[in-house]
Design a protein around this ligand. Structure first.
Ligand code: HEC
Length: 162
């Protein structure tokens, strides 16, 4: 009796183990895609967007209002490069591997691509208002995807205000 009870629980334990192993392998691809998206966001997307947002607009300091727009050719070039980087990242994120994400995913990337191209054109033309407007459109494209796909609602706006 005892022996067969032990045998029974071993079989149950073994099959539970199999079930959980099976689940793990099934979950792996999704988890690694999530981790990959998060690291692209933090290490690449965010710095590239900052390269535009931190160079367009005004900040209020003790001394009063200060303009953020570049004052040198190198500065404007860096903004154009950031815009180009955002376009590349948009294309990377629209790869077939993410197609399961659905239409809103691709649509927000189309918006991000358009806004980034507008930012690049504005930077090359030294067009301050154009760059400011494109920066707003970029922000809305980030928001569009985050509202739909990001797990935490509070991260929807990411750090655009910084
Ligand atoms: C096509 C969809 C999409 C677009 C467009 C997008 N993101 Fe994201 N972003 C995500 C998803 C999904 C996550 C959540 C990833 C996770 O938690 O696994 C995320 C997370 C982030 C995070 C991490 C937040 C945290 O948890 O700390 C930052 C920062 C971020 N995005 C910045 C941006 C910026 C800046 C833009 C626009 C320039 C942008 N993202 C555009 C999909 C997108």
């Amino acid at each position: 009796m005892r022996a067969s009870g032990l045998f029974f629980s071993c079989v149950v334990a073994a099959s539970l183990l199999l079930v959980s192993c099976g689940q793990e392998t099934e979950e792996d691809p999704a988890t690694s895609a999530d981790a990959e998206i998060l690291s692209i966001m933090i290490e690449e997307m965010d710095p590239a967007a900052d390269g535009i947002w931190q160079s367009a607009g005004w900040i209020i300091t003790e001394e009063g209002e200060q303009e953020l727009w570049p004052t040198t050719d190198e500065g404007w070039q860096a903004v154009a490069d950031s815009a180009e980087r955002l376009k590349t990242l948009s294309a990377d994120l629209d790869a077939p591997v993410y197609s399961a994400m659905g239409k809103p995913w691709s649509l927000s990337l189309v918006r991000l691509t358009e806004a980034s191209e507008a930012a690049r054109v504005a930077a090359e033309a030294r067009d301050k208002q154009g760059l400011f407007d494109a920066g707003g459109d970029i922000y809305r494209a980030c928001l569009m995807c985050h509202l739909r796909y990001a797990r935490e609602a509070e991260m929807a706006g990411s750090d655009a205000g910084e």
